[in-house]
Write a new protein. Sequence first.
Length: 483
Amino acid sequence: MPLGRTWQIVAGSAAIGLAVAAGAVAAAGPWESGQRTAERSFAVARDRQMDLAAHPVQAVRPVPQPPAAAPVLVPVPFPAPTHAAGTGTATAPAAGNGAGNAAGDTPGNAPTPALSGRLDPLMAAPGLGTVRTGAVVDVATGRLLYDHRATTVSTPASTTKLATAVAALGALGPDHRLTTDVVTTASGRIVLVGGGDPTLQLDGLATDTAKALKARGETTVTLGYDTSFFAAPALHPIGRNDNLAPVTALMVREGRLDRSGSGPAPRAEDPAAAAADSFEALLGKRGITVKGEPAPGRGAGGTQLAVHQSAALSDLVEQMLTNSDNDLAEALARQAARAAGLPANFAGGAKAIRAALVRYGVPLDGADFNDGSGLDHADRLAPVTLARILALAASPAHPELRAIVTGLPVAAFTGTLSARFHASPGAGVVHAKTGTLTGTNTIAGTTVTAGGRLLTFSFMTQDAPDATAAQTALDALAAALTR
């Protein structure tokens, strides 16, 4: 799957400058059996500099990166205003690192009445559901500017991917790459060893394997495939679904059976076996005959014949967030679990996500993780948690998390926001991750005010009667922050 980057910067202290590639927009229909509703639009934001046809993922050419220490969104240390009336007197804490008082919000961080006066009427919009919550944080000071039941937990849907990104980037670093190997074992069999890369394509790996075999004087082999890098179960509790393939350490292009690059698609029932079959066919085209059928096996202790590395983890995180990619989310949760010494399955990934957020000091009262993608209705997060995650990622103190900010869809331009915020003051300024399940609508992101303040926000609603009306109401809340 081709990859790209969306760069976002704060120019001076006033506005965000955008350098965004044009993307293709595809509508996603209702989910299988009506259990859940897909994200409303998927688009792929791409750098114009990359020739996607000439350089597919299997032959990734690293995109030049800015220096690791330089923040992409630089919080400007504006002093917090004081208020003598309204919801309370707000004092100005010392400028922080963006995470603010992650463990909790002190009385000195009292919400501002001016912002409450602007957002409360929008929070009362009839299009929102029965549970309406929200939080807004000033990145420079860490101050909680708006609190509408900000600590109340509810289903976060795909905004869960923000937490998954923290766990993966925090554990492995932005430059980490996922590795797929071909090894030869003592028995003479070659084994395709999955490394948990759902974006894998096999052409380059097959070419290198064929060259290595011919150099050894071998043109006939038996083929095995190893999925032991991830643990069972492979099937998400939602069951078989076009929005997520069975989660296995070996798959090609997320197990997609069509030529799509994002969004719902028919999936292979056994992505690992399908990948091995494809590898066999590619070897055959390169003069290598595979005897018999590819079979499950172990590659441990084998001699490496060829290796493929994915794009950098920062690119994978950006792709996951821009396109709300469920397959990448579940794979990255398992990568984080392995790094933490936990089982690489749904439960291990959930534990790794929680542990990572605890290490970063993000408030988690009432939080519950059950997966990395947010497809599980049993997931629970509070808006203050999501706003704090984003403030953390925007902080210059944590450049390892920068891809969380650069990967956010841009309102009216990219990813799951490409069809939203048109004719809105938030267009191009709001950068946010959306979440949509049946009965759940959420949005969490960043914006810059007219005065140049960098804010993070999260607004969540449950049981809205109409998903489109709920999304419109949530967009209005986010756009109101830009004034």
